[in-house]
Design a protein around this ligand. Structure first.
Ligand code: LIP
Length: 271
């Protein structure tokens, strides 16, 4: 079943990718702001989610839906679709070609601490790149198998991270980067958690970490990274979640986890 779900997720993601790319060329309209003035939602975010939702409802009416821009629907089938209609919305607004439609299919409650991810697709229409995976079958980029890096030491690790829509949280996150940046090869901030996780999956990054992600910001990319051989989790043995998401090349997870702990990543200043 995971492979059928992967095919459907990919087909739907590509249709939504075409829509958002077309809207990007036509001009982007900000529809509203959410948690802060920096946290915008565009008309294209909403259009993309409406399209994805209706295509899923047509194909699998009993499944649940858990998306960034609309009310969740409980599942009757045990399967739920976790959707970010445009991950990297601020990049999208600025026409920075690093944004994606992200679709994950999970079993269980839409909670990263308990769900089982079955299939996932992340498509970046501006780059013509589609990352995908089904549980137990590996990960691909445009149909070709991809693999995370291995045997990377922290001092030579290319590390991706991100910053929140809250100024207080960004200042705290910058403090962690300040502690870390002298102990790794370099830091990249590319503006889309899902594409950052896919970058770990294909070896463009050796690691990615962020605190404060919503489930739809990491659901698909986490499965794609794991299926490509990366290690994905949270702090202190926890699963990846809003509290913390860390994905690394093989062998790098524990040493980088230690550096993050020493840098203060556990701090509960943000509650
Ligand atoms: C974004 C993430 C990014 C994070 C931003 C935001 P959005 O998701 O992809 O990693 O740093 O704060 O959460 O809002 O574009 O779906």
């Amino acid at each position: 079943m995971s492979i059928e779900l992967q095919k459907l997720a990919t087909d739907i993601a590509l249709q939504a990718g075409e829509l958002i790319y077309r809207r990007r060329r036509e001009g982007v309209t900000v529809a509203a702001t959410k948690s802060s003035a920096e946290d915008v939602v565009t008309l294209a975010d909403r259009e993309s989610e409406d399209l994805i939702r209706s295509l899923i409802a047509d194909a699998r009416p009993g499944d649940g839906f858990y998306g960034e821009e609309s009310e969740a629907t409980r599942s009757d089938s045990g399967i739920t679709w976790v959707v970010d209609p445009i991950d990297g919305t601020v990049n999208y607004l600025y026409d920075i070609p690093n944004y994606a439609v992200s679709i994950a299919v999970i079993e269980g409650d839409p909670d990263p601490l308990t769900w089982t991810a079955l299939a996932a697709t992340v498509t970046n229409p501006a780059a013509g790149e589609t990352f995908s995976a089904a549980r137990g079958t590996g990960a691909t980029l445009n149909g070709t198998a991809i693999f995370a890096n291995t045997d990377v030491v922290p001092s030579l690790a290319m590390v991706g991270t991100g910053f929140a829509y809250s100024a207080e949280r960004r200042v705290w996150q910058a403090g962690i980067v300040q502690q870390l940046i002298g102990q790794v090869r370099d830091i990249r901030r590319m503006g889309s958690a899902e594409l950052d996780l896919c970058s770990v999956a294909c070896g463009r990054l050796d690691a990615y970490y962020e605190r404060g992600l919503n489930p739809w910001d990491h659901a698909a990319g986490a499965l794609i990274a794991e299926e490509a051989g990366a290690q994905v989790g949270g702090l202190n043995g926890a699963r990846a979640s809003r509290d913390f998401t860390l994905a690394t090349a093989g062998g790098l997870f524990d040493p980088l986890h230690q550096l993050l702990i020493e840098a203060g990543a556990e701090a509960s200043v943000l509650g």
